[in-house]
Design a protein around this ligand. Sequence first.
Ligand code: C5P
Length: 274
Amino acid sequence: MSALSIRSPAKVNLFLEINRRRDDGFHDIQSVFQTIPLYDILEFTPAAEFSLQTETPGIPTDDSNLIIKAAKLLAKKAGIREAGTFRLQKNIPACGGLGGGSSNAAAALTLLNRHWQLGMSRQELAVIAAEIGSDVPFFIYGGTCLCEGRGEIITPLPEAQYLPLRVISPTWGVSTPQAFSRLNPTDFNLQKVADFIACLIKSPIDVLELYSKSFNHFEKSVFEYLPQQRELQQILTDNGMLTRLSGSGSAVWILNPSPDILESILPAGCKIIL
Ligand code: C5P
């Protein structure tokens, strides 16, 4: 039987504030997530057992992979006894704050919802997605969304895809749990997402004003323990570029790229991935 295929996009966080540390160990956030046209490809072929194949080294292919977790959870919830083999073509770098693993899980849910003809709505799939990880529900929607709670409370916003974003992937990565554990609670809840959204939905968009209201709470602490992250973003800033960390890093987006100079100023190994 021929394989079913779905694109699994990366995201960047255009705005990310952390409001408080919760009793369950998670943090309440307010973040504007944006999918970007950088995709992993996920294929599925029905088979007797669930399995995952990929040619990318370092990707777990056992039950710890969010694709397998998502598929098994959906099958259980829907009372489906079928299974299959996933093939993953990986283009989204890991540990970059680009949501690759979460996106893959959401892609698996979306693909299987169609293949098994479950007829679940986005809201229903997002509830299951939230059991897999905080960022997975966003990828059920995609586009531009305000994500609150631990990330699972989704409000779709007008599409901001026309922003001329470029994305840089450094040679180093950041572990998200570690980045959360290094935050200083006295800094929480300083920036208001409403001001950023007001700029984002304005037409025509004022890029400088939008950037002035954009924010990523992780930058302060990540810059402290990863000096090379600060240096990369300083180089971009010194060359007139409006740049921010995505998620907990290490990838950064640039709002006003100068393609002619971008490549020449990047530290060795840093890649322009969008
Ligand atoms: O939900 P997910 O499994 O992706 O989260 C990974 C880790 O990131 C959590 O165990 C937690 O340490 C941290 N996290 C958090 N607050 C969030 C999302 C994630 O503290 N809103």
